[in-house]
Design a protein around this ligand. Sequence first.
Ligand code: E4P
Length: 215
Amino acid sequence: MKFFIDTANVEEIREAHQLGIIDGVTTNPSLIAKEGRDFIEVVKEITTIVEGPISAEVISSDTEGMVKEARELTKIHKNIVIKIPMTAEGLKAVNIVSKEGIKTNVTLVFSATQALLAARAGATYVSPFVGRLDDISTEGMYLISEIVQIFQNYEIETEIIVASIRNPMHVLEAAKLGADIATVPYKVIMQMIKHPLTDIGIERFMKDWEEANLK
Ligand code: E4P
């Protein structure tokens, strides 16, 4: 399973990139707004850090506007992937731009049938949101299992990005189910690195080393 980082914070991206585990970046309007910076400026800066797919989301809700934004955003860098919401207008936009060779990430996917439609429309990626489903007492990971199975049944090449990840268990379950990608917030990447027995182990090794050197 590949890892994308789910943030628009360039410091977090830079830091995580140094770990050698980041294959791409996903942003959304809320994440960009949190940074209080110009959208295009942020996306451009991200392209200088990560050599991999970088999702930038359209703001328009009509097909024409989405297509126009998609064409503009892809001019920024060859790695830009256009994030388009899962609506009828969005599917029409995916159908148009995918035929122009523009890569798309259909976002806000909450059912397997939505994922199937997005794939058929030509999406490069689909982003099912597990955390937001868990938030309303619906098992997000069950959705991932359904999409994985359907895409396998029909040898669909669209990649599944498990999104709205809130904790390391989401990452573990996504990997066990065979999802292609998990897009993970910086905080969760850090949580995944830590283990109390690793810390205790380092402490004990250092203590033993120092004691031996004292003799
Ligand atoms: C990424 O593509 C999504 O926009 C993001 O994972 C949503 O996460 P949230 O549900 O925590 O806002």
